[in-house]
Design a protein around this ligand. Structure first.
Ligand SMILES: Cc1cc2nc3c(=O)[nH]c(=O)nc-3n(C[C@H](O)[C@H](O)[C@H](O)COP(=O)(O)OP(=O)(O)OC[C@H]3O[C@@H](n4cnc5c(N)ncnc54)[C@H](O)[C@@H]3O)c2cc1C
Length: 469
């Protein structure tokens, strides 16, 4: 033991204050536990500081700028529309500050102590926390690990002055003139769209044969069309091989559909996925089971093979999403308090805040076929929705999938305006065991974008009002 090292006893120790950890801590405190949170960086984790929130603020700013420039069709002409990028950043940072301050207040309100520092397991019920020259020990009854993930670095593109991860891209103080984005997943597409809307010349290199590979091809196709309108060059089946730094930027070498290409740009943004932060925690040393990818193996309550230690969020299997982390955080806290809680992943929404927005929940047609489910589908276009046309956003569709016979709602895919919000209704429908008739017979306010789900349900049931069968 280091001289001056103190040991504190706690009921629940939470490591990491991201959307998984802080939610778990609050729920555990609500359930009467004495909770301590250890955080080595900023409260709010990736989501609030360098992920969901700042990226969505930038997306909104870029969208506003684009709209201000293109309102002639509505009879509005704006002259001299300018962007002050430093001010955009200031505005974004203000939102981050407000939200992280909110989490700190919630911690205070729930009497949760936050310890700055990096946690390292020394046994099944003790961690050491390193903070500068200080080292302290925390002995816990239960622990919830919520240490999240970090961007994957490509060996040929080490992060540095010209090669950015999403974190640095979100805090650039000047708009790049040109940018190569390696990786056409949701982070690359969202950030690529932001910069393209602000006027950066963007090139996207995606390894598979479509951008946003997880989604049905029809959905990214609409996004691709919009990106091309914004002047973005998209190369699919593209393998970024290497780069050379020049005085003002980089030259990226890539193999695109078997051909060699060289692309010059001011910066490269690498968004090829994220790696779980489990390698520097000492968990292997205490005998915890991890997968080959470094994910912690847990049961349906989030419990690891060490029964008093739980793991949640990006460090366990499943999509790396903030709402999944928070959900697992609540389940783990409740399990620790002895409640009969366990996860049920049949309705995790996935949203990409691209243009138009993409959202899905439950299963899609491909999955239904793979599972041998007999299903029916209603695919309703936004072009037949009055509200969509009156907000100048009539592109896209909602596709609703139900089980043939029972008409149980199984899933939905939406591409179009406010897809991110509309998808919530279908998530709830799946959770409630609702049928297509339930959605059809729910009175939806008119004129709203939300009416598309009702229309799609009618279509699936074979009696649509606003489109022909
Ligand atoms: C650019 C970007 C945009 C995104 N957009 C979305 C979105 O729109 N919607 C969505 O759902 N998700 C989005 N995500 C993903 C989302 O941010 C993550 O899934 C989510 O933050 C994971 O939460 P978490 O609690 O598991 O971990 P994190 O948020 O990563 O938090 C983990 C915390 O643990 C701390 N920590 C790590 N190791 C230690 C240690 N040893 N000791 C103490 N503290 C430690 C870290 O400092 C960090 O604060 C986005 C991510 C990025 C990068």
């Amino acid at each position: 033991m280091v001289v001056g090292e103190f040991t504190t006893e706690v009921d629940v120790l939470v490591i990491g204050a991201g959307p998984g950890g802080y939610v778990a801590a609050i729920r555990a405190a609500q359930l009467g536990k004495n909770v301590v949170v250890v955080e080595k960086a900023d409260v709010g984790g990736v989501c609030l500081n360098v992920g969901c929130i700042p990226s969505k603020a930038m997306i909104h700013a870029a969208h506003t700028y684009e709209h201000a420039q293109h309102t002639e069709s509505m009879g509005i002409t704006m002259e001299n529309v300018k962007v002050d990028f430093a001010k955009v950043q200031e505005w974004k940072s203000g939102i981050v500050k407000q939200l992280t301050g909110g989490v700190s207040s919630l911690f205070k309100g729930h009497k949760i102590q936050v310890i700055p520092g990096e946690a390292l397991f020394v046994s099944e019920n003790e961690v050491r926390v390193f903070h500068g020259y200080d080292v302290n020990r925390y002995r816990f009854e239960h622990c919830i690990i919520a240490t999240g993930s970090r961007p994957i670095e490509l060996p040929a593109f080490p992060f540095g002055k010209r090669v950015l991860s999403s974190t640095e891209a979100l805090s650039l103080t000047e708009l790049p003139k040109s940018l190569v984005v390696i990786g056409g997943g949701y982070i690359g597409i969202e950030l690529g769209t932001v910069f393209a809307k602000f006027g950066t010349q963007v090139t996207i290199l995606e390894g598979s044969d479509q951008i946003l590979p997880g989604f049905e091809p029809d959905m990214p196709r609409l996004v691709e069309r919009k990106l091309k309108k914004l002047g973005v060059t998209i190369h699919t089946k593209a393998l970024a091989q290497g780069m050379e730094e020049t005085e003002n930027g980089v030259v990226v070498t890539a193999e695109v559909k078997g051909e060699q290409k060289q692309i010059e740009a001011e910066y490269v943004l690498v968004t090829v996925g994220r790696r779980p932060n489990t390698d520097e925690l000492g968990v292997r040393d205490i005998g915890m089971n991890l997968t080959d990818r470094g994910l912690i193996v847990v049961d349906k309550q989030g419990r690891t093979n060490i029964p008093n230690v739980y793991a949640i969020g990006d460090i366990v299997a499943g999509p790396a999403l903030a709402h999944k982390a928070s959900y697992e955080g609540k389940v783990a806290a409740e399990a620790i308090a002895g409640h009969p809680a366990e996860v049920d992943y049949k309705a995790i929404p996935a949203v990409v805040f691209c243009d138009p927005e993409i959202a899905s929940v439950g299963i899609n047609e491909k999955e239904a076929k793979e599972k041998g489910i007999d299903y029916i589908v209603g695919r309703f276009p936004f072009a037949a929705n009055g509200r969509a046309l009156s907000v100048n956003a009539g592109e896209g569709y909602v596709k609703l999938i139900g089980e043939k016979g029972t008409n149980l709602v199984l899933g939905a895919q939406i591409v179009g305006p406010e897809a991110s919000n509309i998808i919530a209704e279908i998530g709830l429908a799946i959770e409630m065991g609702a049928t297509l008739e339930d959605i059809e017979l729910t009175i939806h306010a008119h004129p709203t974008l939300g009416e598309v789900t009702m229309e799609a349900a009618e279509l699936a049931l074979g009696h649509p009002i606003h489109v022909m069968k």
